[in-house]
Design a protein around this ligand. Structure first.
Ligand SMILES: [Zn+2]
Length: 286
């Protein structure tokens, strides 16, 4: 294992923790749910004995919104980056979640350096606070740090708008302070969310990002399976997801992601698909 390079600490320039707020435009599903509620209320007033139908409609609309939130790649609750925008051309994006991890992140950074690849790290605020030097290293070595919540609670999608905002804002403050640049993207823990998330992200000027394909490298037993999931059908504008935190281990106890990454980076080089970061593909980037 090579010795990871530790960068010097970036100068302490105060940086605003949030980008400019986006205007919230409710998704058609939200209008639909609102229409069902209004219709149910009107039906109750006109024909009180029809209450089971009205209640059934309301429950069904809630179930539909819940199902949309449990589907990480769905855009039913609002905009969601599942691929890079068209102007990204041939580029692809590697996103790396759940770090920083003091054992795995430095080795991931060395591999990325070896292939001159840029990646987007979705980091957990609490871990960033514990291992700030690896957030600094990610930025110093040309990668992007984005928001993956402060505590990565799996109950995130069950919380209301205020708790959700607290959690995202705390990570936004932590990561901005350490990285010196405010995150522009948010990825929900396990990709699960609810209809309250999009207005909160708009308020904080963040964009929701999921992925095109993921390797399930926190649960897989061998690197080959993860490689196939990520590489079969690899195409321009794909967003790939692997993990430097919570990494599954192979029979030798080695994190799978460290076996997977060289194959992935080689395959992209052979297919002439350059790596980019999500933020480099935002419209407001120069
Ligand atoms: Zn995660």
């Amino acid at each position: 294992m090579s010795t990871p390079m530790l960068p010097s600490r970036p100068s302490a320039v105060p940086t605003p923790a949030c980008a400019t707020a986006r205007r919230w435009k409710p998704a058609p599903s939200i209008y639909g749910a609102a229409a069902v509620h209004a219709g149910a209320a009107a039906a109750l007033l006109a024909q009180p004995h029809a209450w089971p139908w009205a209640a059934g409609g309301v429950v069904a609309s809630h179930l539909a919104l819940t199902a949309a939130g449990l589907w990480p790649r769905s855009a039913l609750l609002g905009p969601n980056w599942t691929r890079l925008p068209e102007h990204a051309g041939e580029c692809i994006a590697l996103t790396i979640d759940d770090g920083p991890d003091p054992e795995v992140t430095p080795r991931v950074l060395d591999l990325l350096d070896r292939y001159d690849a840029r990646a987007t790290f979705f980091c957990i605020g609490d871990l960033a606070r514990r291992h700030p030097q690896w957030i600094e290293a990610i930025v110093a070595r040309g990668h992007a740090v984005e928001n993956h919540s402060q505590r990565h609670r799996h109950t995130f999608s069950l919380t209301g708008p205020r708790a959700m905002k607290r959690e995202i804002e705390a990570a936004q403050r932590t990561l901005t302070e350490i990285a010196g640049t405010a995150p522009r993207f948010f990825r929900a823990p396990a990709g699960l969310r609810n209809p309250f998330l999009e207005p909160v992200l708009c308020d904080l000027g963040l964009h929701l990002a999921s992925w095109t394909r993921r390797g399930f490298d926190t649960r897989a037993k061998d690197a080959g399976t993860v490689e196939r999931r990520l590489l079969d059908g690899l195409a321009p504008r794909d967003i790939l997801l692997v993990h430097d935190g919570h990494a599954a281990r192979d029979a030798r106890g080695e994190p799978l992601v460290l076996d997977v990454l060289p194959a992935l980076l080689r395959a992209a080089a052979e297919a002439r698909l350059p790596w980019t970061t999500l933020r480099a593909c935002l419209d407001d980037q120069p």
